[in-house]
Design a protein around this ligand. Structure first.
Ligand SMILES: Cc1cc2nc3c(=O)[nH]c(=O)nc-3n(C[C@H](O)[C@H](O)[C@H](O)COP(=O)(O)OP(=O)(O)OC[C@H]3O[C@@H](n4cnc5c(N)ncnc54)[C@H](O)[C@@H]3O)c2cc1C
Length: 406
């Protein structure tokens, strides 16, 4: 590239956020480059789960490698028959076929070129952004979109002392006996009969598990959100003890997953000269930790609007970024985010007994209500209605827990 070329857009990253947005922007007649420390063809390592309806609504359900109709959770204490009763979600869940997903997005990224480098500095001169890379390469662009994940050092946001992390330790493997029923998906197994009195007073965690077929299962001990984060070792021991209590030992480990990401990163400042998308833009659902559905839903509108703004040659990098932030985080979504953050903060103060009681009650909501809450697809008035309904139906100790201000 000649050093005076000014691109329309530079995207940082080659993860799900970068590819979801790049694949939509590629439809427009724009000059785009992506800079990433990883090749877009390097396989993604995370396991991405999603409610099947989220892909169905976008006509993308063929991207599921696995789909379960038997989807349950356990919110009893596990001590007796009643304490082992499952809550039946009656709602399909799936695992995204990572390779197919990545391939499908890349196929749509026609005309976008990739630079294998690390962005180290970004500044704005004469209304144009410049990205300085580790190799010394400098690229200029009217707009920079940071999709380099939640650890981005470029995106400014209000300082928060206590950012809660979702942490999980998972194993894909073979076991002495099935950890979940055949063809079953377990969203949350909060049974706690394997924990000592001391362990019960520690931070709660649950089992997320699924039958992958051919005697292979994925089991993951998960801490919904905690500050400080629970360690992988702690979660690994919890997982082993949980399985042991059911008389199950691990026979073969095919893959291990260490999962750690922030749940309630403050929203980025909307006055900064860089736009972001994905983890860097705090798009993780603060009450569930999911993000892929939201990336797929929000990328097309953002891409379309950015294309319109870029048609105006007088707009500077700062103005383009600010307009982008307004599309990505409109007031409606900001208000919903605040409600979710409040809910998460309260949940984090609950002990395991209260959490079990809370979730048991939560999944008594209608399917549209709880699924809409978990996928962030309820309009604000409906979200307020659902949260109020949940509050009214909760036992007194949960009501008090939801109200406590600290
Ligand atoms: C183990 C795990 C499991 C998860 N499971 C789910 C799930 O089941 N469902 C769900 O919806 N969400 C899930 N999440 C949450 C979220 O969807 C993921 O974190 C997702 O990968 C975030 O996407 P991203 O593209 O924003 O960031 P990342 O996937 O982190 O990608 C960042 C990209 O930026 C590049 N990069 C970094 N720094 C630079 C730089 N300075 N210059 C250039 N490039 C750079 C990296 O190479 C990478 O390509 C999970 C997260 C983890 C960690």
């Amino acid at each position: 590239m000649n050093n005076t070329e000014i691109l329309d857009i530079i995207i940082l990253g080659s993860g799900p956020a970068a590819l979801c947005l790049a694949s939509e922007l590629a439809n427009q007649d724009l000059n785009i480059k992506c800079i990433s420390t990883k090749s877009p063809y390097d396989k993604w390592s995370n396991t991405y789960g999603i409610w099947a309806s989220e892909l169905e609504e976008l006509g993308l359900e063929s991207l599921l490698s696995h789909r379960w109709s038997s989807t349950v959770s356990f919110f009893g204490n596990g001590l007796d028959k009643k304490g082992n009763l499952p809550t039946d979600h009656k709602y399909d869940y799936g695992l995204i076929d990572r390779e197919a997903f990545q391939e499908a997005l890349l196929k749509k990224c026609n005309g976008i070129s990739w630079v294998d480098d690390k962005a180290t500095e970004i500044y704005t001169i004469n209304k144009i952004s410049q990205v300085v890379c580790e190799s010394g390469l400098i690229l200029k662009s009217r707009l920079v979109i940071d999709a380099s994940g939640h650890k981005s050092k470029f995106i400014k946001r209000p300082f928060s002392k206590k950012v809660a992390q979702q942490a999980a330790y998972g194993i894909v493997g073979k076991f002495s006996s099935p950890p979940v029923h055949k063809d079953q998906f377990v969203l949350m197994d909060y049974r706690s009969d394997h924990l000592s009195k001391r362990e019960l007073s520690e931070s709660p965690s649950f089992l997320y598990a699924m039958d992958l077929g051919n005697d292979v299962f994925f089991v993951e001990e998960t801490s919904l959100a905690s500050f400080p984060a629970l360690s992988f070792n702690f979660l690994k021991n919890r997982l082993i003890n949980r399985l042991k209590k059911r008389g199950i030992t691990i026979e073969t480990i095919i893959h291990e997953e260490n999962c750690l990401f922030p749940m309630n990163l403050p929203l980025p400042l909307k006055t900064q000269p860089i736009l972001a998308f994905g983890g860097a833009a705090s798009m993780v659902h603060p009450a569930s930790g999911y993000m892929v559905g939201s990336l797929l839903r929000r990328a097309p509108m953002l891409a379309k609007q950015l294309n319109i703004y870029l048609q105006d040659p007088s707009l500077t990098s700062v103005q383009l970024a600010q307009k982008g932030w307004k599309i990505l985080w409109p007031n409606e979504l900001i208000q919903r985010h605040k409600l979710y953050q409040y809910g998460l903060k309260r949940l984090m103060s609950f002990d395991e007994k209260m959490l079990r009681s809370f979730f048991l009650n939560f999944f008594q909501l209608s399917t549209n209500e709880w699924a809409g809450f978990l996928t962030n697809t309820l309009p604000l008035p409906k979200l307020i209605y659902v949260m109020t309904k949940m509050f009214v139906k909760s036992p007194l100790n949960i009501k008090l827990g939801m109200l406590k201000i600290n």
